[in-house]
Every structure is written in C-alpha cells, then in structure tokens.
Design a protein around this ligand. Structure first.
Ligand code: ADP
Length: 384
C-alpha cells in the first residue's frame, strides 16, 4: 500500500516536473478563465510572477486587437468546441505583444462536468521571423533571377546591332572609295537603325526597372488625343517605310483630356510597334479611339501571326515571348511596360487573338481629374 502511494507520488512529481520545465507555456484556468496554475515558461512569456498570475483573468493577457476574437473562442469552448493551433497576439506585462499559438484541453470532474481548461501557449515570434526571412530570401532570389534575365537579354539583343554597326563602319572605313553613294548611305542607315534599336532597348530596361520600383509617376497634361494618335501613327509609318497601312478611326466627342503623355506614349507606341512587327507587310493595322464621358478606349487591331491561346495569359510578364515569334526580334519587355503604365493610369488592358488571323489589344483608361494642382494650367500636348 505504502509502495503504491510512493509510486503515485513519484508519478505526480514526474508530471509536475514535466509541467514545470516544459519549453512551452502551460496554464490551468477555472471554467470562467481565472488563472489557477502556471508553469515557468508561462511566467516568462507573460512577464508576471506566478503568484501574481494566479487569480487573474486570462483575457487581460490577450492583446486588445485580438480580444473580441478571444471572447468568441471562449464562447466556442463553452459550447464544447476544440481550440487547436489558434493564433492570437498575447500581451505580456510591460512588453510588446507577441504572436502565439494556443491549444486548449478541457478538465472534467468525476461527474463529467467541465471544471477548467489547460492552455498550451507556444511563442511564434521566432517562426514568424523565419517566415519573414524566408519571404525576403524568396524576393531576393526572384530579383536576382530577374536581374540575370535582364543581363542575358540585353547582352544577347545588343550583339546583333553592335555587329551590324561594327561591320558597316569597317566597310565604310576600308572600302568607301569603291562604293556607290547609294551603298554608303545604306550602310549609314544600318548604323543609325542599329543605334536606335540599342537606345530603345536601353530605354525599355530603364523604364521597366523604374516601374518595378514604383518610380513611374503620373504627370498630367492636356492632350489632344486625336492629334496624339495621328502623330504617333505618322512616326511609325515613317520609320516603317510605309510597308503597312495604319488606319485611324475616332468615335465620341471632344478628344482633349488630361493624361500623362509619356505613359500614354509608352502604351500606344509599344502596341503599334508590335502590331506592325507581328504582321505581314500588306496586313492592315487599325487604331481606334473612342472617347466617352468617363473613359477613353484605344483599340489596336492587326491581321498578323496572332498569339497561341496558351501564351496569351503570360504576355505581360517581363521577357515572355510567345512560341510563334520565330526569328522576329524582341525582348519581351514591351508589354510588361505597357501593363505597368496602364496600372499607373488605373486602367485596364485586354487581348483577343487568333493564330493566323490577328490580334486586338484594348486599353481602357478612366477619365479622372488628374491635375492635382488646380491653379496650375496643364500644358497642352499634341505629340511628345
Ligand atoms: P517583344 O519585344 O517580344 O515584342 P512584347 O513584350 O512587346 O515583347 O510582347 C511579348 C510577346 O507578345 C511577343 O514576343 C509576342 O509573342 C506577343 N505579341 C505581342 N503583340 C503581338 C501582336 N500584335 N501579334 C502577335 N504577337 C504579339
């Protein structure tokens, strides 16, 4: 008998030690959540001595922003619900709140009545910190992938125009006296076109990285949209050697509105460039402008190679190019820039396309009172 009592006492001591030195906080509360017992870890977590903890309501150690949620959980407990891995912010004395995971088990008396609760409290600060670190690392990895894709694309895309410049300049240097004027101006033209291409590529990279870091800011100006579009078309027709017919149509009244000319140019210029690049020389390209009281719609339609359906949802990712581009040059940055510019203007862009039939990009921009400084008259811009 004495041996059995001694055995029971040893068992009790063992559990007491486990309770006492457990790495997680343990509390025992009455049925109405008054603290009755606490282990060493709970004392440390709540920063209150055990004798001061006893008798206090548990709810005072819940951070104020989570108290309503705590009362709901408390009601649930009363109705027999389980609490397991519930995340809550606890408020220790004189310290900042910390995130904790809580699990609760019910204590019954010999008649099966609920007489209290056992609370297991795990401090999640370390885990949250390592989640944050993991997220940061993930972001850094993405950024570094993006950077190396930038470097790869730019160096790859620079090689061809640089070779053209190099070879043309060498020819001009060594053989100019044997060449017709026509041949010389052709070589000079090649040098110019290659230089322009390199410039544009660099601009794209800079604009995209500006957009990525949120530096693509809005700057309002009063724009005559019809003149703006026609000017842009004329530019493209000139640089394209009039290989394509670019038709312009307008619907709606007053086409003058307050917008950011630089961003609008980025959008329409990239869409027109693509419509021309991805269409055969005789394919017509249409640009439609529709001005309504609350929004402006631009639609750029071509009869080109089209975009395979499986590529359409990824077009706006930087460097993404559809499978059917073959040897047509490009970096996959244009549409990523267009998307960012549309976002800054709080608009939307959609694409409809069928392989071998053609592609239509639609951009809808809301008309807003973009001029922040009412006293400042916006500059009137037809083309930039
Ligand atoms: P890129 O420099 O390759 O033209 P963009 O970002 O402007 O880059 O476009 C991404 C991809 O979307 C292109 O590589 C091409 O596959 C597809 N694309 C864009 N516009 C058109 C179009 N009008 N017709 C067919 N494909 C297009």
């Amino acid at each position: 008998m004495a041996a059995a009592r001694q055995g029971l006492e040893l068992e009790r001591q063992r559990y007491q030690e486990l309770f006492e030195f457990a790495p997680d906080g343990y509390l025992v509360t009455s049925a109405n959540l008054g603290i009755q017992e606490a282990n060493h870890a709970a004392e440390t977590l709540l920063n209150v001595r055990r004798d001061r903890l006893v008798g206090k309501p548990l709810s005072i150690f819940v951070a104020s922003e989570d108290r309503d949620a705590f009362h709901l959980q408390q009601q649930g407990l009363g109705e027999g619900q389980q609490i397991k891995d519930w995340e809550v912010r606890l408020q220790p004395r004189d310290r900042k709140p910390f995130p904790a995971a809580i699990a609760v088990s019910t204590i019954y008396d010999s008649q099966g009545q609920v007489v209290g609760w056992r609370w297991l409290i795990r401090d999640l600060t370390g885990r949250k910190r390592s989640d944050q670190t993991r997220q940061q690392l993930e972001q850094e990895r993405e950024l570094s992938k993006l950077k190396s894709r930038f470097i790869n694309t730019v160096s790859h895309e620079y090689r061809t125009p640089l070779n053209v410049i190099h070879a043309s300049a060498e020819l001009l240097e060594k053989r100019a006296h044997h060449m017709s004027e026509e041949k010389k101006s052709l070589l000079l033209q090649k040098i110019q076109v290659s230089g322009q291409y390199m410039n544009r590529l660099l601009d794209d990279v800079l604009i995209y990285s500006q957009a990525e870091s949120g530096e693509l800011k809005y700057s309002a100006a009063l724009i005559d949209l019809e003149l703006f579009c026609k000017g842009l078309i004329a530019e493209h027709q000139f640089s394209n050697g009039s290989k394509h017919a670019i038709n312009f149509t307008r619907q709606g009244k007053s086409p003058s509105t307050c917008l950011d000319a630089r961003l609008l140019r980025q959008i329409l210029d990239n869409l027109l460039t693509n419509a021309l690049k991805y269409s055969p020389p005789n394919g017509a390209v249409n640009m439609e402008l529709n001005c309504e009281s609350d929004k402006i719609t631009f639609r750029i339609r071509d009869q080109g190679i089209g975009i395979p359906p499986e590529d359409q949802h990824r077009l706006f990712e930087p460097f993404y190019r559809a499978k059917n581009v073959k040897t047509l040059p490009g970096t996959g940055l244009g549409l990523a820039i267009v998307k960012k510019a549309v976002e800054v203007l709080e608009g939307a862009i959609t694409v409809e396309s069928e392989v071998g039939v053609g592609t239509t990009f639609t951009v809808i921009l809301p008309i807003k009172n973009w001029v922040k400084d009412k006293n400042k008259k916006p500059e009137i811009i037809a083309m930039q």
